[in-house]
Design a binder for this molecule. Sequence first.
Ligand code: 13P
Length: 249
Amino acid sequence: MSRTFFVGGNWKMNGSISKYQELVNNLKGARLDDNSEVVIAPPYMYLLPAQELLKGNNRIQIGAQDAYFKPSGAFTGEISSAMLKDAQISWVIIGHSERRTLFHETDDEVAKKVQAALDENVKVILCIGESLEQREKGDSIKVVIGQLDAAAKSVKDWSKVVIAYEPVWAIGTGKVATKEQAQEVHAAIRDWLVKAIGQGDAEKVRIIYGGSVSGANCKELAAQKDIDGFLVGGASLKPEFVDIVNARL
Ligand code: 13P
C-alpha cells in the first residue's frame, strides 16, 4: 500500500497545561513509525504552546479542531483558518460529528469551512459518519456519500484532504466498528473518489477511521485495504496513542 499511514489525535475539550506538556513530551520521546504521519489536535489555547514544545521536531504536526469560514470579524468565540495559517498550524478538523450534532453545524457550513481552510492552505481532516439510527436503517453509505457530496464542491485538490470516517455510534462508546463494517464504508468512499477524481488520484487520498480506536483494536483495522490510519479521541490522551501511530509496524 503506497499511501502514507495517517494518525490524528483529537483531544477534544480535554487537557490542561500540565497534561498537554506531558502528552507532547511523551510523543516526542517515543519511537514513531517513520511511515506514519502524526497530527495532534489540542484545544485552541494549547496550539501555540504545543507548537513551541515541538520546535525542531518535524515528526509531529499540529491541527485545530475546527475553524470558522469567515477570515475575521465580529464572530465572538470563533477562530478562522486565516488565523491558523498565520500561526503556521497546518491542519484543521472540519465537520466532526460533535460539531454537527451538538453545535448544529450543517453540510453547507462544513463545505464553507473546508473551502476557507483550503483557500488558506490549511489541510483538512474532513469528518463524516452515520448515526446508529441511520446504520440500523441500512443507510450508512448513503449518509456518508451525501456528506461527501456536500463537502466535495469545496475541494479542488484532494491531496490536501484526509477523509475521516467516524460512525457516530462508535465515538466515545467503546463500540468500535468491526473491520468488515469499516472496510465496507471505506471502500464505498474510495469508489466515490474514483468516480469523482479518477482512479489515480483516488488511490492517493487517505481515508482514516475514527470511533473507539485503541491500542488493542488498531492493528486489525489497519490491515484493511482501504483503512489508511485513524482519528483517535480518548486513546490520544493515553500512552497507547503511540501504539496506534505504530499500528502498521
Ligand atoms: P474516540 O476515539 O474517543 O471514540 O473518539 C473518536 C473521535 O471522535 C475522534 O475524532
